[in-house]
Design a protein around this ligand. Structure first.
Ligand code: PRP
Length: 212
């Protein structure tokens, strides 16, 4: 049996739909339950549902053989994982946003950056030689500029609605993010047949979605 860690939240529905399209059958009773670990009907897969940032942790430690997680989370985590497949689901962007459209050019001294993506933000601004003070937050990051905690935020944008409704605009793009399949290095060797079967099935399902 292969264990797959699935990101809870925005990725979960897309990941389950893709798995269904790849032929993985989950009972409606399992899907409706609040259980955080379920098996498919053929008992070929066990799924564990964890916070996005924990997916790379479970996979790197081999508790899960594979994971479905956003590229944004992988960029932040730096975990040592194999990344055989971009699934093309849950497409969104990592951006710098601010209330002031000129926030990146108008200030003096340190730029205060509020974010959940501390490593991404440090690398992004460090690479441009912009001096920053990173202010780590764990959610509702869009509040920080309006309340004076930060000059800009680094966060995920999907529809743009959260930014708009909190008076923020995108001032810089950092990267696009989509859901990816990641695999533990040892599982890739030791469970090669099963991992390859899953990868091929997901690849076919993902390309069907792209061509629809
Ligand atoms: C993300 C992100 C934004 C929001 C953007 O939060 O941090 O707050 O989604 O989506 P939108 O562009 O469609 O409005 P998420 O819902 O993943 O939860 P979080 O608050 O835990 O970060």
């Amino acid at each position: 049996m292969i264990t797959l860690a699935i990101s809870k939240g925005r990725m979960q529905d897309d990941a389950l739909a893709l798995l269904a399209s790849a032929g993985v059958r989950l009972s409606s009773e399992s899907l409706a339950s609040r259980r955080l670990a379920i098996e498919d009907e053929e008992k070929a897969y066990r799924f564990i549902f964890v916070k996005p940032a924990d997916v790379p942790v479970y996979v790197e430690h081999g508790i899960a053989d594979c994971g479905v997680v956003g590229r944004d989370v992988l960029m932040e985590s730096g975990a040592d994982l194999l990344l055989p497949l971009d699934l093309g689901i849950a497409r969104c962007r990592l951006v710098v946003a601010a209330t002031n459209p000129n926030a990146l050019t108008s200030g003096f001294g340190m730029l205060r950056v509020a974010t959940k993506y501390v490593n991404v933000a440090t690398t992004h601004f460090g690479g441009r030689g912009v001096p920053v003070e990173i202010i780590p937050l764990s959610g509702s990051v869009e509040l920080a500029p309006a309340l004076g905690l930060a000059d800009v935020i680094v966060d995920l944008v999907e529809t743009g609605r959260t930014l708009r409704e909190n008076g923020l605009v995108v001032v810089e793009d950092i990267a696009e993010s989509t859901g990816c399949l990641v695999v533990n290095r040892a599982s890739y060797q030791l469970k090669a047949t099963a991992v390859s079967k899953l990868t091929k099935a997901l690849n076919q399902a993902a390309s069907r979605i792209v061509t629809l």
